[in-house]
Write a protein that binds this ligand. Structure first.
Ligand code: HAX
Length: 444
């Protein structure tokens, strides 16, 4: 049976001529036009990035390699008795574009087992962080510390043909993904458990081993697998995926790219929203003296937040215009396992009242919950109560998507990303010219 890397090589040989043909024969075909509103509005909706690993439809949500999330969860192989599929199967799907067999997943699990050991110096760097450092800062630095291991950096320095860039990138990507659970659980142990680390269990898959190292029994292994799969990719334009791609486009290696991606994820409008949701929820719980609020009480809290000029964390999205299917999948899991828990009831009540309030408020284009509105509640329920840590969990998942994209970016030899900027003077001039042209057209 060809292993993951051999299969990937075969796929690359199929995809390269498709890209080459588009560049050589169709470079002049117009895909999109850019408006002043888009330039000044954070580039929303401009079609100027490419990835084949996922696609985000505003109404339907994300598809991975053409599969909706419910399809991904139904089709990918699962460990015996588990509810969530192997994360290793997702990695296969991202890289090869096909649903793997159980044997193919086992091959990827073996690959990761070989690559898990974290060098001692990474623990030392984590140990040296001053107290009160945010776990995302430590996570980013720990990944960057590993940069000295980069195969790509070494091969590039020795002189490497462009057609071969993907190969050491693949090695770096797999080495890093395999180590991320070790890094994250050590940061957790260090910050919140007096440094008492649980050794990795070589018999377990990535999600199962993560749960084991966190010291949390089943079904937390399923929560971990689900969390990593749901957070892995959301096409290319979001801050973390885009940062990973942008930095990688300069041929910075996987470690530098993923560390940058983590920094982008750490902003409260993006990945940090999951910790913000729990912080905000707990303020509400404190206000309610931990009893379940009435709909009116919860409405008042949402309005108070909006009237104070703050955003409702976990709600809204730059692309989605419906409830995020990643929210719904977590909600299904929660309804099965923790429906009676107060934290679920708070999340549920917020889901009932917030969209209508955001619509009445009239600013957010999307009043529906996103992935971050639910993830923290699951973590809290299973005992991960330090909500500053939640974005690290997001980062493990997102690294999988960013790494898969970096490998394919190199395989298809995508160039350095370098869009063009203009000045406000220039923009005003363009607007004046457009106005003159349209008034001349209306006269004639
Ligand atoms: N609460 C209050 N106001 C909101 C809002 C929310 N949840 N969502 C959007 N708005 C406001 C915006 O702040 C903006 O106000 P201004 O005109 O005063 O600037 C206005 O509505 C229009 O924004 P939009 O076009 O609907 O949304 P954007 O594409 O600009 O922003 C955000 C998308 C996700 C950043 C936004 O919805 C938000 O801030 N949400 C809360 C934070 C959050 O949950 N972030 C995580 C998003 C998912 C993700 O990336 N996860 O990692």
């Amino acid at each position: 049976m060809p292993n993951l890397k051999q299969k990937l090589r075969e796929k690359i040989d199929i995809w390269r001529p498709r890209v080459a043909r588009l560049i050589q024969e169709h470079s002049d075909v117009v895909v999109d036009q850019v408006t002043v509103g888009q330039i000044l509005g954070g580039m929303r909706g401009i079609k100027c990035l490419v990835t084949d690993i996922s696609y985000l439809d505003p109404m339907e949500g994300i598809r991975y390699r053409g599969f909706t999330l419910p399809e991904v969860f139904a089709k990918l192989p699962k460990p015996r008795g588990a509810e969530s599929p192997y994360v290793e199967g997702l990695i296969y799907l991202f890289l090869i574009g096909e649903i793997p067999t159980v044997e193919e997943v086992e091959d990827v699990i073996d690959e990761f087992h070989k690559r898990r050991i974290l060098p001692r110096y990474v623990y030392d760097v984590i140990d040296q962080f001053p107290c009160c450092s945010h776990p995302m800062t430590i996570f980013s630095a720990a990944v960057m510390t590993l940069q000295r291991e980069s195969f790509f950096a070494k091969k590039y320095a020795a002189g490497l043909n462009k057609t071969g860039f993907w190969d050491p990138t693949y090695e770096d990507a797999l080495n890093l993904i395999a180590k991320l659970p070790e890094i994250a659980t050590y940061i957790y142990a260090k910050l919140y458990r007096d440094g008492k680390r649980i050794q990795s269990n070589p018999g377990l898959d990535l999600g199962g081993n993560f749960a084991h190292m966190m010291g949390i029994p089943r079904p937390y292994d399923d929560v971990a697998r689900m969390h990593f799969i749901l957070h892995s990719d959301h096409e290319s334009g979001n801050v973390s995926a885009h940062t990973g791609h942008l930095v990688g486009s300069s041929l910075a290696d996987v470690y530098l790219s993923v560390s940058s991606m983590i920094n982008g994820l750490a902003g409260p409008l993006h990945g940090l929203a999951n910790q913000e949701v729990l912080r905000w929820l707990h303020e509400l719980m404190d206000r309610m003296d931990h009893k379940i609020p009435t709909e009116d009480e919860i409405k008042q809290y949402v309005w108070d937040t909006l009237n104070a000029g703050m955003v409702i964390p976990g709600y809204g999205h730059a692309v989605l215009r419906k409830t995020d299917p990643r929210f719904l999948l977590q909600r299904d899991f929660a309804m099965k396992h923790m429906a009676g828990d107060p934290i679920f009831q708070y999340v549920d009540l917020l889901y009932k009242v917030t969209p209508d309030i955001l619509m009445e408020h009239g600013k957010a284009k999307n009043p529906w919950p996103n992935v971050d509105a639910h993830s923290g509640a699951l973590q809290w329920y299973y005992g991960v109560r330090e909500y500053d840590f939640y974005t690290v969990l997001f980062g493990i998942g997102r690294a999988i998507g960013v790494c898969a994209n970096l490998i394919w970016d190199r395989a298809l030899m995508y160039p350095l990303e370098r869009p063009k900027s203009i000045t406000i003077d220039m923009m005003e001039e363009i607007v004046e010219k457009a106005k003159k042209k349209s008034s001349m057209e209306s006269v004639s």
